[in-house]
Design a binder for this molecule. Sequence first.
Ligand code: HEM
Length: 145
Amino acid sequence: MLDPAHQDLIRSSFQRLRCRPEALALDFYGILFRDQPSLRRLFPTDMDAQAAKLSKMLVRLVRSVDDLSRMEAQLRDLGRYHVRRGTEDGQYAMVGAALLEALERQTRGWTDDHRAAWTEVFRAVAATMIAGARDMPAMPRARSA
Ligand code: HEM
């Protein structure tokens, strides 16, 4: 479960976006391809549909931030899909850095606390996707005695 203070920061940052979530996603891809041009070939030429998909996912994540386990099955599937599309584990950090930069640029009153909250969410999402791709549990489950 995410720190409750971080949950509030995630929700409030999304309310303070300067742009629609689709534009945030396009900004994110612009930053990603500026910093990691070699990743561009993995994606379609027209990025509008891709940005729409990513923005829907971000909206869903923000809505589920009180209990991200609601999205576990979907995120694990998404992780498997990513492997089929040629994604490697090491690329998650690049994606995380670009997403953080886009959020910072597009959120009014962005603070280090927003950064910490989004970093926590991104890590949880990436860990679940990667675990799904390997067909392993994202987090060790408590064993019943
Ligand atoms: C937490 C991390 C990530 C999230 C939330 C995410 C989200 C998404 C979503 C929602 C889609 C659309 C899936 C669909 O068509 O139904 C997608 C597609 C894709 N993502 Fe990611 N992604 C993440 C990480 C990455 C990474 C690290 C890479 C590596 C470069 C990547 C590359 C791609 C590619 C190549 C596609 C397919 C594009 C196409 O339609 O041709 N993603 N991603």
